[in-house]
Design a protein around this ligand. Structure first.
Ligand SMILES: Nc1ncnc2c1ncn2[C@@H]1O[C@H](COP(=O)(O)OP(=O)(O)O)[C@@H](O)[C@H]1O
Ligand SMILES: [Mg+2]
Length: 255
């Protein structure tokens, strides 16, 4: 049976109301929605950190609650919205934390490979807590990918909560191109909360729009990013155009 992650009738009072969602293998899914819609709460539930009041999340036919912490850590990794550390570790050690669920074989090699892939190598030797917010985000992505590394590539479910919020243009593009390339291989499956709808339009396979704890729309960028839909759910006045270099819609705020 193909691997998939299913959320079935999730309730978490008063934040989530009857959420059902299936994440398919090799997909890059963007969770979007206004502030307070329940995106981070849903992510915590999909990753097994927060048990629902009702409903369940099922990974490969088994409820997340029945997975052992170690087995689950080998199949899914999470990059949170903010990750301050209480200790003053060098960047390499923070990335190597991703190997904790595994025997430590080849961990130095994997850490080097993933740091190269994520553009973290220039941060080598620096203390994590002294990095800028954007640099810390890159290191957290590297840590999460290191956690999912099997043989020569990441495998499993990667969840990211606003991973581009502190990244500059180059690193936004680098991160999304990397995720796209890794998911296209079919072994990595990604679900990311994204505030930037234009990034979601360019790179996500599917957009899931949350509003007050419910999924109010989902599908392709062309389906979800319609002016009426966005003004209804975000309350913002927008224009929709087309990206000059790609057949995807782009969102412009009305002045
Ligand atoms: N532990 C909690 N108890 C009660 N309300 C919460 C809790 N965590 C989050 N909330 C509320 O749930 C709503 C959704 O939060 P969140 O999932 O963080 O939203 P988003 O990530 O979409 O901005 C917010 O109004 C928030 O204040
Ligand atoms: Mg959030």
């Amino acid at each position: 049976m193909a691997e998939c992650l299913q959320a079935v009738n999730l309730f978490w009072s008063p934040v989530l109301r009857d959420i059902s969602l299936t994440l398919e293998p090799g997909e890059l899914v963007a969770l979007i929605g206004p502030n307070g819609a329940g995106k981070s709460t849903l992510l915590r539930m999909l990753t097994g950190y927060l048990p629902p009041d009702n409903g369940q999340c099922v990974l490969n036919g088994k409820s997340l609650a029945e997975w052992s912490p170690q087995a689950l850590s080998r199949r899914r990794a999470v990059m949170r919205q903010q990750s301050q550390l209480g200790f003053d570790w060098p960047v390499e050690d923070v990335v190597a934390m991703g190997r904790a669920p595994w025997q430590q074989v080849n961990s130095a090699k994997i850490v080097r490979e993933v740091m190269d892939l994520t553009g973290c190598s220039p941060l080598s030797g620096r203390k994590y807590n002294a990095l800028s917010g954007g640099e810390q985000q890159r290191v957290q992505l590297a840590r999460a990918l290191t956690q999912l590394w099997v043989d020569n590539a990441p495998q499993g479910w990667l969840f990211l909560d606003e991973p581009t919020s502190a990244l500059d243009l180059y690193h936004q593009q680098h991160l999304l191109r990397l995720l796209k390339q890794l998911t296209t291989g079919g072994q990595l499956h990604v679900c990311a909360v994204l505030h930037d709808l234009n990034l979601a339009a360019l790179w996500a396979d599917r957009l899931v729009l949350l509003h007050q704890g419910e999924i109010v729309a989902q599908g392709s960028a062309a389906h979800v990013l319609q002016a009426q839909m966005l003004s209804r759910w975000y309350g913002a006045e927008v224009h929709i155009g087309q990206h000059p270099g790609s057949p995807t819609p782009q969102v412009f705020l009305a002045p």
